[in-house]
Ligand binder design. Structure first.
Ligand code: SAM
Ligand code: SF4
Ligand code: SF4
Length: 358
């Protein structure tokens, strides 16, 4: 018998993020940039920043090859890990990637996960481009909630930020998610200074108009170009000031859920909500209850973990459920106290957010 997954800092794990693929059909500037335009953006923006600058050309790029299929966990393997984790107290499961909707038949995985007793909340994070054609199947398979990533409402700016001309598809996905009864429909926007910070009011207005839960997220050093700079981060309090300038904000009491990452406000008029996730300027690691499973079967105890723990030898080598549970317990015990962004000893993880699973 194994009890809940408790780390050496007293935190109990309740939330598991499962990446189902490291591949993506977008190339977001802050995650997996590839285009010359993206490189140019960083080069030109860096000139105006006060911090010392590492030009993109000389930054060491993170390894960006896709993992071979043989290393990617099957749906059966993922379901087994989730079942064991749920037996150890995990209640929330978020399917992510890379782009999870690129994984063939992902609705079958959703179906298997939703059949597990003990999951309170089964969600997905997607860039939305492939959501519309799969939405009905995902809903029928038991997906409770969906979060879309949408950083801009301007077609050209959206393309600059994601490397793809995909805004119309994402808007259609959001519309359909609401129509199908996903609730709340969340939208995540990573805010980058000089890129989309001028769109903060427009994005909040969109949330009010369509009754969405919008999350503004600070840019974290998890991009494959290693081009992150502090000066590109718009701190949460600055986002809040800009929102206060145009909206009536009513704080949402989150005291019942101390592991909530966002500070949240209802928007005046009664429709929609905004939240600010500020991991860089206001870290919330002290209440972290999250674990991550990468598409290639590695357990990560922190977004910024420098080492990962491969579950495949046990999964594929005849390991028992008990042995897997013992491994989860052992690794969670060593979960990092928090990230070290801004400290002299900070080291960016080897893999980008697209591989880690946001
Ligand atoms: N492809 C899907 C998507 O974009 O929604 C799921 C995976 S993506 C890695 C998950 C989330 O991570 C997205 O909301 C994205 O905006 C966020 N993200 C990626 N890189 C980030 C970074 N460097 N800083 C902050 N958030 C980031
Ligand atoms: Fe792809 Fe999501 Fe990363 Fe954008 S944030 S590149 S959509 S994985
Ligand atoms: Fe949790 Fe690590 Fe993120 Fe802090 S940085 S909230 S410890 S995953």
């Amino acid at each position: 018998m194994h009890g809940p997954l408790r780390d050496s800092h007293g935190r109990i794990m309740r939330d598991l993020r499962v990446s189902v693929t490291d591949r993506c059909n977008f190339r977001c500037l802050y995650c997996l940039p590839e285009t010359e335009e993206a490189a140019d953006f960083y080069r030109t923006r860096f000139d105006g920043l006060r911090q010392p600058v590492t030009p993109i050309a000389s930054a060491t790029p993170i390894h960006r090859e896709w993992k071979p299929k043989s290393e990617i966990l099957s749906f059966e393997e993922i379901t087994r890990v989730v079942r064991i984790a749920v037996g150890l107290g995990i209640e929330k499961v978020r399917v992510t990637g890379g782009e999870p909707l690129l994984r063939q038949g992902v609705d079958r995985l959703i179906g298997s996960l939703s059949a597990l007793a003990g999951i309170r909340d089964l969600a997905m994070t997607t860039n939305g481009a492939l959501f519309a054609p799969q939405a009905t199947r995902l809903r029928a398979a038991g997906l409770d909630r969906v979060s879309f990533s949408m950083d801009s409402l301007d077609r050209d700016n959206f393309r600059r930020m994601t490397g793809r001309d995909g805004l119309a598809g994402v808007l259609e996905g959001i519309r359909l998610a609401r129509e199908l009864g996903f609730h709340p429909v969340k939208v995540n926007a990573v805010v980058i200074r000089g890129m989309n910070d001028h769109e903060i009011p427009a994005l909040a207005g969109f949330a009010a108009e369509h009754d969405l839960s919008l999350r503004f997220i600070e840019f974290m050093p998890l991009d494959s170009s290693r081009a992150w700079q502090k000066g590109l981060v718009v701190p949460g309090r600055e986002i809040l000031e800009r929102l206060r300038g145009g909206f009536e904000l009513h704080p949402v009491d989150a005291s019942a859920n101390p592991s909530e990452t966002a500070r949240r406000w209802r928007l005046g008029g009664g429709r929609g909500e905004v939240g600010i996730i500020a991991p860089v300027s206001e870290p919330f690691c002290g209440h972290c209850n999250r674990l991550r499973l990468t598409a290639d079967g590695k357990l990560r105890t922190c977004l910024f973990s420098l080492d990962e723990h491969d579950l495949k030898p046990l999964l594929r080598g005849g390991g028992s459920d008990d042995a897997l549970a013992a491994l989860l317990h052992d690794r969670v015990r060593h979960k990092e106290a928090g990230h070290r962004i801004g400290q002299a000893d900070f080291v960016q993880p080897q893999r980008s957010m697209s591989c880690i699973g946001g």
